[in-house]
Design a protein around this ligand. Structure first.
Ligand code: CDP
Ligand code: MG
Length: 810
């Protein structure tokens, strides 16, 4: 294990060196003249060209020539018919009216903060203003503008939009880069990327050499080099807070225009059916909750009910006077999921009675959206494709699905989009007239006491509500239905808590260390809003347990530690092939797809890859099958049939290569000789390596008569995600599951897991002295014999090439 630590450290150092080398490689690429735009598949922003990097006169000349080409192109477009039409549209946006103010402010200040309502043109226009003014001044090829987006989807869709506003294809002056995917070319000067991509670049290049402007959209980012211009943008920012953080940086507000939106709260919606919901003057015993009165208006007076919460009011109401639809909807009201029937009722009301216009329904998350969609599809009107185009919009949707959202439906068809809060600020759907707002969003939060990330629906902020409402007034006066009463809204907080206060801080702490920003706790105490001390301590402790930080909080690795550990052990124990696949699989988006409407089929499809209680081994088989199919050029069909993402499979393929070359460079393996795979068939051994990597992600399996339950030390009972192969089993013939990730959604859920035996946990799960691994000392006694023989096997050195070879634990 001492050896492993050293190799780990070396691997880390090596990685950072390699990244640096890559960058100088990209300089060479840049001076060569490859004319076509390239599809970028590599990690990071390393391909960003570096103008003036070499500083030679020749370079300067090339750049000047390219600048004037860029200018000619831009002028030609602006003078063309389409270009003029496009310009007219752009000039109608509020941001355009502030163009000169904004450009002057950027010229005169290093940091500028810009606020303006969603849709006013911040994201699409401001980076373009900078680009155009650089190109107009004939220094276009000297600039390099990066604009970060919080999500992949917005980075892609915005870059497409900006390219088309400039009359170009992606990869000319505008490009994008998200993890494992991107399009940029030789002349790309404006790059939209995710925040993660920029952070990763900062790891290897703190000064962002060659970059002239960084625009952080929907801000939560700070601190850059001295020549760099930093522009921070948001629809809803607490502008003063940011301005004072940046020593009084100037603030520009773009005044917006939206049509009036009529607001209906729950009481108004109920009134549509003759009911009245009013806050009562009585205060309950604790003086905290509002009391509610629910009464039917004339003609028939009934004693009103007084209850303590809206949910209770709706449940306690005697529904017999309601219309049948409302009766049904209210009886299903559930404080944690929203009133599906009420939504269905309102949607069908809009479809039957209202003027044309798209409907945007804000839901809490993917699972809500999926069940609501199922329900609506069974409805005679809403499920009829000749009348309703029913679409969904969430962070994990495919790019093809995404395009549909922006398209206008045929005449007579109403577009209904069920969305998460992604459509609140990052994505603008133009033709929306009606908005339904459930008032909640799934927010990641972090329970520092139990060290568990949670994803629970909670009430949104006032600012979010205003955003949601504003979506209805973009093209004409609109209507917004809030599915909660006015005074619930009054109790909302003004702004949402920033992410740093709601998530576990492990990866942030690693970033602080790799950026060499000094002591973690000291750095975080200087943050815009500092996280709790306990959360910081938990993160540091975790990083120490997995060996990413040493006792003095110094960094030991730069790769994601658990992945690095697995690779090294896979190489040493000669079972590299499956380990490469597992590690690559853990680095990409889950390749097992679960489409909303075919969840069951998809989960059954995954099961055929599993006969050993392991999602990780199921992935290995799925990948091997895909590889086989690729030989006959049938990879795509194979993915389609088996509910696999072809994109993820390809990503796994290229990551495997990347990891392999990394291992070769460390000298751990000498090429992909068969000897590194002597033991690749041995699933016991692979399990052990998975355990070594994922520890301390571990839970115990307790069987009862018909099934089993799971428990972790920190959370008590936990559950498995339904697409885990272990979720379909009634027995698991091992006492432990190791897992990669857990998350709290009502209960604590585990994602992919692998079952392991006592001896594997004992040998590969952290250090034996830690009492928290061995929940029960009896286990140690029971294992004594097995343990000794396993260790004997482990250390037997009678192998001819001097490498350790590990036998099966049994
Ligand atoms: O960033 P911000 O919310 O201020 O607005 P934006 O994303 O720059 O969008 C400005 C305008 O461009 C929107 O109001 C839409 O009319 C239009 N737009 C579009 O038509 N198609 C897109 N994919 C994005 C924006
Ligand atoms: Mg925007």
């Amino acid at each position: 294990f001492g050896l492993l630590k050293r190799v780990n450290a070396y691997l880390g150092e090596y990685l950072s060196k390699k990244s640096r080398n890559k960058e100088s490689f990209s300089d060479n690429c840049f001076s060569r003249s490859s004319s076509n735009s390239s599809i970028v598949t590599e990690e990071g922003l390393f391909e960003q060209p570096e103008p003036l990097a070499s500083g030679t006169a020749v370079m300067e000349k090339i750049l000047l020539r390219r600048s004037s080409l860029l200018r000619d192109q831009q002028q030609a477009w602006q003078e063309s018919l389409e270009g003029r039409e496009m310009l007219e549209f752009r000039q109608s946006l509020p941001a355009y009216k502030e163009k000169d103010t904004i450009l002057t402010a950027i010229l005169q200040n290093q940091v500028v903060i810009i606020s303006g309502e969603t849709g006013c043109g911040k994201t699409t226009q401001i980076p373009q203003f900078i680009l155009e003014s650089e190109i107009d001044s004939a220094r276009g090829a000297f600039c390099s503008i990066i604009c970060t987006q919080p999500r992949r989807i917005s980075a892609i869709s915005v870059s497409e939009r900006v390219a088309s506003e400039r009359g170009e294809k992606l990869g000319e002056s505008v490009g994008y880069k998200v993890r494992l995917e991107g399009i940029k070319g030789r002349d790309t000067r404006l790059l939209f990327c995710t925040t993660g991509i920029l952070l990763r670049r900062l790891l290897v290049d703190r000064n962002l050499k060659g970059v002239t402007h960084v625009i952080v959209d929907e801000i939560h980012e700070r601190g850059m080099n001295e020549e760099l211009k930093l522009i921070l943008m948001s629809a809803t920012l607490d502008a003063e807070l940011f301005s004072s953080y940046f020593d009084g940086a100037p603030l520009i507000h773009i005044p917006g225009f939206t049509y009036p939106v009529r607001t209906h709260f729950l009481e108004n919606i109920l009134e549509m059916t003759g009911y009245r919901l009013t806050p009562s003057n009585q205060i309950d015993d604790y003086g905290q909750e509002r009391m509610w009165k629910m009464s039917k208006q004339a003609p028939r007076k009934r004693k009103s009910q007084i209850v303590s919460s809206v949910e209770d009011a709706l449940r306690a109401a005697d529904f017999k006077d309601f219309s049948p639809q409302i009766q049904e909807s209210l009886s299903c009201w559930n404080p944690d999921c929203i009133g599906f029937n009420l939504i269905e009722y309102l949607l069908s009301y809009i479809c039957e009675n209202e003027r044309p216009g798209a409907v945007l329904v804000f839901m809490t998350g993917w699972d809500d959206i999926s069940s609501l969609k199922d329900k609506l599809q069974a409805h005679p009107v809403l499920g009829d494709p000749s009348r309703v185009l029913l679409l969904t919009c969430h962070g994990s949707m495919a790019s093809s699905e995404q395009k549909l959202i922006f398209e206008e439906p045929e005449d007579g068809v109403r577009k209904i989009v069920l969305t998460t809060n992604i459509a609140e600020t990052s994505i603008t759907i133009n033709d929306v007239v009606f908005v339904l707002d459930c008032g909640k969003a799934k927010e990641t939060s972090y329970d520092a006491l139990n060290n568990t990330p949670c994803l629970l629906p909670s009430w949104v902020s006032k600012v979010s509500t205003q955003q949601r409402r504003g979506r209805a007034g973009r093209v004409q006066p609109g209507e917004c239905y809030h599915l909660y009463p006015r005074c619930v809204y009054d109790a909302f907080t003004e702004y949402q808590l920033p992410e740093i206060l709601r998530t576990p801080l492990q990866s942030l702490c690693l970033q602080i260390k790799s950026l060499k920003l000094g002591s973690i706790s000291e750095f975080l105490s200087r943050a815009l809003q500092s996280p709790k001390l306990l959360a910081v301590q938990n993160a540091i402790e975790y990083l120490k347990v997995i060996g990413a930080l040493d006792e003095n909080e110094n960094l030991t690795v730069l790769v994601e530690p658990k992945l690095g550990k697995m690779l090294i052990l896979g190489a040493i124990l000669n079972c590299l092939d499956p380990v490469l696949t597992i590690v690559a699989g853990l680095s990409v988006r889950d390749p097992f797809l679960t489409p909303l409407d075919k969840k069951d089929l998809a989960e059954t499809a995954k099961l055929q890859f599993s006969h050993d209680h392991s999602d990780h081994l199921a992935l290995v088989r799925a990948y091997e099958g895909w590889k086989e199919a690729e030989k006959d050029l049938a990879g795509y069909d194979y993915c389609w049939k088996n509910f696999l993402s072809a994109q993820s499979m390809k990503a796994i393929d290229s990551l495997r290569e990347e990891f392999l070359s990394l291992l070769k460079d460390t000298g751990l393996i000498d090429g992909y000789a068969t000897s590194c795979n002597d033991w690749s068939y041995d699933q016991h051994l692979i399990r052990a390596i998975i355990c070594y990597g994922l520890y301390p992600g571990i839970c115990s399996v307790v069987h009862n008569e018909k099934s089993f339950s799971l428990k972790t030390m920190e959370d008590g009972p936990v559950l498995l995600y339904s697409n885990s192969v272990n979720a379909r089993e009634s027995r698991i013939p091992y006492p432990w599951l190791v897992f990669n990730e857990k998350i709290k959604v009502n209960s604590v859920f585990l994602r992919d897991s692998t079952a392991v035996s006592d001896s594997v946990l004992l040998l590969f799960g952290g250090s034996i002295s830690r009492g928290d691994v061995l929940l029960n000392p009896q286990i140690v006694l029971h294992l004594h014999h097995e343990l000794i023989s396993a260790i004997r096997l482990l250390v037997s050195e009678d192998q001819c090439d001097g490498r350790f070879v590990f036998g099966r634990p049994d």
